[in-house]
Design a protein around this ligand. Structure first.
Ligand SMILES: Nc1nc2c(ncn2[C@@H]2O[C@H](COP(=O)(O)OP(=O)(O)OP(=O)(O)O)[C@@H](O)[C@H]2O)c(=O)[nH]1
Length: 336
């Protein structure tokens, strides 16, 4: 639960808004029922229940886009209704709602919701004691909305930049191991749901240490980036390449069978033989290949590809080994 709050910003805002709304509105709801103002009490109760329902929906379905939009509408709509029912004190409720709209839903929706709420209150007019107060309210509501938009926009940009830094390998530009873990889990879920087959290739450059030692680290870096460009030019858009660590990469392919996988691997090896070079000569790589098995975990899948890669290295390098070929044949039945 804490992990979801930490990693999902919109879910945390939804939860914060719901808890604040319940804590902030419930004393007023009690007071209004106690004073016999049933309409205002029912409005408060409806807002609290709707916001709680929005939060529960977000937690259960993970669909924070829809519940965020719903909660922005409920919060601003609720504030307008309170303003219309109880008058001037209701105006104050709209300010926090104008701010949170930008964190709950997309900016274009938030602008529309905020503008509608402000105009609705002005048209209704009951909440204002004078035209000056009404226009002061309109001006301050616009200032608050503009500042909130700027802050939310800046915050979103920063979040996207951080997410990019956390998931991309800075040298080669491909996704890193952290992203790979998520994509493998998603591939397994998709295979179980749709029956699409997935192939995984563990690729390790041969004698890379020697390239670094003899020609320098920057030449080694160039080999890594050139290899990534070469591979990406020769795989499908739906295939994904990850840097597993050092000179080891993982290629995840969707919609491939044994025959297709062999054709792709043969082509990749051929392309690398032809085009991947360093100042001392050819650069080769070893490949361990495994098709996803039904019910397999990411770790088991990777482990099979790793065993195949180990065999490719042990067999002299510059080889492709398929995990299925590592399964020992059934011993022949003994004859009496
Ligand atoms: N230039 C460069 N070198 C790296 C990078 N990351 C890891 N390395 C180097 O990659 C080398 C990997 O060496 P080893 O694990 O011995 O593998 P190898 O020399 O390729 O040997 P085999 O895999 O057995 O063929 C190490 O020297 C690392 O320092 C990187 O980002 N850039």
């Amino acid at each position: 639960m804490l992990y979801r709050l930490k990693t999902d910003f919109r879910l945390s805002i939804i939860t914060l808004l719901a808890i604040s709304a319940i804590l902030g509105i419930s004393p007023f709801a009690v007071m209004r029922f106690a004073q016999g103002n049933m309409l205002a009490g029912v409005v408060d109760l409806t807002i609290m229940l709707s916001i709680t329902a929005g939060m529960v929906y977000a937690w259960v379905t993970g669909d924070t886009a829809r519940s965020g939009f719903f909660m922005a509408v409920v919060a601003c709509g609720g504030a307008v209704t309170v303003g219309a029912v109880v008058g001037e004190p209701g105006l104050f409720w709209l300010y926090p709602c104008l701010v949170t709209s930008f964190f709950l839903t997309e900016p274009r929706y938030a602008i529309f919701i905020n503008l509608t709420a402000v105009v609705a209150l002005m048209v209704h007019g009951v909440a204002f004691s004078s035209p000056v107060q009404m226009w002061s309210f309109a001006a301050t509501a616009v200032v608050v909305s503009c500042c909130s938009y700027a802050f939310a926009h800046h915050n979103e940009n920063q979040r996207e930049r951080l997410e990019h830094l956390a998931t991309i390998d800075p040298l080669t530009g491909v996704k890193n191991r952290r992203s790979m873990d998520e994509e493998l889990a998603m591939a397994i879920a998709s295979a179980a749901r749709t029956g699409i087959s997935y192939g995984l290739v563990l690729l390790d450059i041969d004698h890379f240490k020697k390239i670094n030692d003899e020609h320098g680290h920057s030449v080694g870096d160039d080999v890594l980036t050139e290899m990534v460009v070469l591979i990406e030019q020769n795989i499908r858009k739906s295939d994904q390449l990850f840097r597993f660590g050092g000179e080891e990469f993982v290629l995840l392919m969707s919609g491939v069978d044994q025959t297709g996988l062999r054709a792709v691997m043969h082509n990749l090896q051929h392309i690398m033989h032809k085009f991947l070079k360093h100042p001392g000569g050819k650069v080769t790589a070893s490949f361990g290949v495994a098709l996803l098995k039904v019910g397999e975990s990411p770790d088991d899948w990777l482990a099979r590809a790793d065993q195949a890669l180990y065999k490719a290295k042990a067999g002299g390098r510059d080889q492709i080994v398929y995990a299925d070929e590592l399964i020992a044949p059934e011993p022949a039945a003994e004859t009496a």
